[in-house]
Unconditional design. Sequence first.
Length: 145
Amino acid sequence: MDLTVATLGRIKKSDIKKAIDERIKQNTILCSDSHVSYKGYATDKGIEHHTIRADLNEFVKSKIYHVQHVNGIDSRLKKWIENDFNGVSTKYLQKYLNWFRMKEMLKSSKDFITDLKQIIIEDTQALERFNEIDRQYQLLLQKTT
């Protein structure tokens, strides 16, 4: 699972590209809601794209294409934020997502501390990401003004 802040407000094709482009391979199948930005991104990238229209009570296409995993993660994330915090700071939104991701990765751990230590030791880019927080926040603010 990877959780990345793409933008604040309405998503654009360029936001999608910036957030996920490096991880999308040519044989990827993209499933999304029907927002036009996803369609444009898939067309530009040359990948298969299936839209799911929950507003029309469509939740699965061809018995295999769905966004239920994303909806489940979204639901758990919202409950966690609502139950444990009084909202979140936009500046640290990516850090909240990283924290949530870690909770999800370790939720079935039998030895939480040992498993957490192992993940931390293996994360060679943690300091680099931490040092990028302020710069990324400034970029997000520039996009919304």
